[in-house]
Design a binder for this molecule. Structure first.
Ligand SMILES: *Cc1c(COP(=O)(O)O)cnc(C)c1O
Length: 364
């Protein structure tokens, strides 16, 4: 059977390996498996969120509130925007899909960083768009601008902080760049880890309200999967000028978020103390990784997220190391598919990180 030609060039997205797979493949007990592969919050969500979801767990027969009013009110209150600046997706992944499908088609050019979130390219290929990439690991905005002048892309992706590298541009540099981009170009600012960056260094913080008021052609993306500890609930959002949101809405399937997910996300947003404590723990644990890497002369990329990228020396191979870790029940992300001899490790709880240091040391 023939399928769309665009699909031929797509490599299926490789998600972080689930615990279930390690149980099946290596016969390791779930309690002995540590997953530091998908940048989830190791503390999950707060008890308040769990209680709220438990209370409505019986409400599964009816479709969810498709206006998503409770979550929109929570988000617009938190960010100081209005509800018509918001679109909710099944993860911000879905909003990326809406944005690309709304703006790009065969022949459209989409500019992005050399190494960045893999889904941008996959959705770009769905519609036959052409991906233009910089040649620098970090977002080099001068290079972005040069490529913008050369190719006149219809869309640009800035992932700040960037996944899978963890580095982050200063907000002022992002603004300076955006000011030079014409209003016909849709720029996606993916802030999946913005909570972490804003905590670590206020110069990195991009405020979505100010961003979209300054630039009518920009959409900011956020997610509940990372700092909010709700990866399993699949909730993300886009914040933009209503004219952009209106177009993206045309692509949204009805009821794209479950009743339980809407409740979880709405309540989680109100529990900022919990999120703050998790982020604080993340950065204090990250110091242990930095010291560990320094002692072993492994290069790291300074991270503004809840993960750290260890750039391995030539004598260790990222694929071999991550497979060996996997056999011992430690799941990390091998970055060799990004052409980096590196592994990305989500910052876990103290005891999970200790386990990583032990296992990794054995392998070196
Ligand atoms: C995790 C992540 C997302 C999307 O996560 P969802 O779970 O789909 O909300 C988007 N962008 C980046 C850079 C991410 O790391």
């Amino acid at each position: 059977m023939k399928f769309n030609k665009q699909l031929d060039g797509i490599k299926t997205y490789e998600a972080g390996k689930p615990i279930e797979l390690v149980v099946r493949e290596f016969g390791i007990e779930p309690k002995d498996i540590v997953k530091l592969a998908s940048n989830e919050n190791p503390y999950g969500c707060s008890q308040t969120v769990k209680d709220a979801v438990s209370k409505i767990v019986g409400n599964m027969a009816l479709y969810p509130d498709d206006s998503m009013l409770k979550l929109k009110n929570a988000l617009s209150g938190y960010y100081g925007v209005t509800n018509d600046n918001l679109i909710i997706g099944s993860g911000s992944d879905q909003v990326i899909e809406f944005a690309i499908h709304a703006k790009a088609h065969a022949g459209t050019k989409i500019l992005m960083n050399k190494i960045t979130f893999a889904m941008y390219e996959i959705y770009a290929k769905h519609v036959g768009a052409e991906v233009i990439r910089t040649d620098s690991i970090h977002h080099d905005l001068e290079q972005f601008y040069a490529l913008y002048l050369k190719h006149k892309p219809e869309m640009i992706f800035l992932c700040t902080p960037n996944n899978p590298t963890g580095d982050c541009n200063d907000a002022s540099d992002v603004y300076e760049f955006l000011a030079k981009i014409d209003k016909e170009t849709l720029v996606v600012v993916d802030g999946a880890y913005m909570e972490y960056a804003a905590f670590k260094n206020k110069n990195k913080k991009i405020d979505p309200k100010n961003l979209i008021e300054t630039f009518e052609n920009v959409i900011f993306l956020g997610t509940f999967s990372k700092a909010y500890g709700l990866g399993g609930m699949r909730v993300g959002y886009g914040i933009a000028n209503p004219l952009i949101i209106k177009e993206l809405y045309k692509l949204r399937p009805p009821f794209n978020i479950t009743t339980l997910s809407l409740e979880a996300a709405s309540v989680a947003l109100g529990d900022q103390d919990f999120v703050h404590d998790c982020i604080e723990s993340c950065f204090s644990e990250m110091k242990r990784y930095e010291e560990f890497a320094k002692e072993r002369k492994i290069d790291i990329i300074e991270s503004y997220t809840n993960f750290i990228t260890l750039c391995l020396n030539q004598d260790s191979d990222a694929t071999k190391i991550s497979n060996a870790l996997l056999q011992k029940g430690m799941i990390v992300r091998n970055l060799s598919s990004y052409n980096m001899n590196a592994i990305r490790v989500t910052i876990g709880k103290p005891e999970q990180n200790t386990r990583f240091f032990e296992l990794f040391s054995e392998l070196l």
